[in-house]
Each structure stands twice: as C-alpha cells, then as structure tokens.
Design a protein around this ligand. Structure first.
Ligand SMILES: [Zn+2]
Length: 312
C-alpha cells in the first residue's frame, strides 16, 4: 500500500505536480499525525496541505522562490537568481517556535483534545520548562481570543441566560514573551446556543460596560456575573438604568443557588493551574467558549483558524 492510500482522504491538493492527501482531521489520531509528519519533507507537506505554511513564496525581487534543503535537513526558501533566502516558516503561526516543529504539532494536537496537563505536555513534546508549556498554551488561547474578537455573536434574549466576564488582557509576542499591548476584554457566553463574543476596549468604566451590554446582549437577558461585580462597576444607578432601558437583570451566582457552566469550569481550571493569574482570566474564558463551541472538531477548527489568522 502506498503512503497516499494509507489514510482516508477528503480532498486532494496539487503542489509541485505531486498529489498530497489532506486527511480528514476529525478522523486523525496521534498515530496518524506522527506518521504524516515522520520526516522533514512529510512535515512540510502536511503543514502546506492545511495552509499552515506557504506553498509558494515570492522573493522581494518578485520572482518565485524554490524550496531547498540544507545538509542538516532544514528546508528554506531561496530565490535562485538573487540568492535571497527566507525561513520556510515565514509569516506563519509557527515562526519563532523554539521547540522542534513536530513536537509543536503534537502540542497542538494534545491541546485540541484537552490533554493539557503540564506533565503530559512536557513529556509528549519533550519540553523541559514549565514556562514553555505555559507560553504555548497562552499562544493557542490567543487564537481562541482572536476568533471571538473577529466573529462576535450577539446573544441572549428575553429570559435567556448569559454569563459574562471581563479582564485586562496582555497580548504577548511569544518568541520573546514581551507584552505588546494591554487591553480590556469583555466577553459573554450563552450556554443554550454555545454562542459567544469577546470585545476589546482600551478602558472599562460604567458607561463603556453599559454600551457593550446593549451592543452584544439582547434586551431581556438574565446576566450572570460573579468573578467581578458588574453591579460594582455600574453602581446602583447604572444597574437601574440597564434594567429600565435594556430589561436586563443581573444575577450573582455566589449569592444565589444558580448553576453556571463558566464559573464551574473556572473553579476546575483554578485547581488545575494553581490559581491562574487574574490578568489571564479572559483568555481562559475564551478557551472555555471555544471548547464549548468547537469541541467536536477541535483540531480541524484550530488549523482553520490558524490559517485564517496567519495567512501565508
Ligand atoms: Zn530574488
């Protein structure tokens, strides 16, 4: 049996006159992933077939570049006439990753299927430092954040329940860990529909919060918040205003017997992460919403979103 026959294929993409099978990612298991990325060339073909790295590259002199291989097996782009070279990972999500690419793909796979303990990720991806695991988890959570920022849904409605969260969010450059900027991120999630939104604002005050609730949450919604007190931020006047103009009621589940999915998930997460830092809370909210929404095809969706956010 040839390599291309070994796996069920959904579509075929043509590159360099070679047919590359693109496997149905919903059916792919870890064994398949390891086989499909068994050497450098296979690994690149795999990444190219999902548009995670470029399949062609133009030089600054406008000529098409070729893929070349160094003696140490590393591939790179080269323009033959002017000798310019680029990283094979140029412009991709993978540029700057400090662990071998194959291990990073395994990391993405394990994360997608919620095998996210530090111990597992360190062992399976041959990572020695906890901070590397933390950084890469954050990088993937940023994909979740970015997705809901790019595709916010307006949620709630009369009698519907929406859980909300807000936090100061640091956007970091993962190759250096340097903070690029800090923004307030406000989010909402509706369990009944798995719908959600995130929105970034430079500052968060009562007026901003009222505007955001009116923009993203339908009138008549029951709003659940406890990790922060929306009531505190809005004040009595703000709460009354929202109730009058937008028919929204606030519930604090810490004071009432209210079942919440996000709050429960957060308690679990706090245990697993030894009390995640408050400033990263919203990326956990994003991860939570992402898993609720895309948990049935996590790797496929993760690859699609990476390809959307890092066009090559
Ligand atoms: Zn050139």
């Amino acid at each position: 049996m040839s390599d291309t026959e070994a796996f069920p294929t959904s579509t075929m993409v043509i590159k360099n006159e070679t047919l590359i099978p693109q496997m149905d990612l919903r059916a792919l298991n870890l064994d398949d992933l390891l086989y499909l990325t068994r050497d450098q060339r296979s690994l690149l073909d795999f990444l190219q077939s999902y548009n995670l790295i470029a399949s062609s590259q133009k030089c600054s002199c406008h000529r098409e570049m070729d893929i070349r291989q160094k003696k140490n097996e590393k591939f790179f782009w080269q323009c033959s006439p002017c000798r310019t070279t680029y990283s094979i990972l140029k412009d991709s999500f993978f540029y700057g990753v400090r662990i071998p690419l194959k291990e990073f793909l395994v990391f993405l796979y394990l994360w997608a299927y919620k095998m996210v303990s530090y111990k597992t990720l360190k062992r399976e991806c041959r990572i020695t430092a906890n901070c590397t695991v933390r950084d890469y988890k954050m990088v993937i959570r940023n994909i979740c954040v970015e997705h809901f920022l790019r595709h916010p849904e307006i949620i709630g409605g009369k009698g519907c329940r929406v859980e909300i969260d807000e936090s100061l969010f640091s956007i970091r450059k993962y190759t250096t860990g340097r903070i690029l900027k800090q923004v307030w991120i406000f989010g909402g999630y509706e369990e009944a529909t798995n719908g959600g939104f995130l929105v970034a604002v430079p500052s968060m005050d009562a007026d901003t919060l009222i505007d955001l609730i009116k923009e993203f949450i339908h009138p008549g919604t029951i709003i659940i918040s406890s990790c922060w007190s929306a009531q505190d931020r809005l004040g009595l006047k703000g709460c009354k205003n929202l109730k009058r103009t937008h028919k929204c009621n606030f519930i604090d589940p810490t004071h009432l017997d209210v079942e919440t999915v996000w709050q429960d998930a957060k308690k679990e997460r706090d245990k697993a992460e030894c009390g995640a830092h408050g400033k990263t809370a919203n990326s956990y909210f994003a991860e939570f919403m992402w898993r609720q929404k895309f948990g049935n095809a996590p790797l496929e969706i993760l690859f699609q979103q990476i390809a959307e956010m890092y066009p090559v």
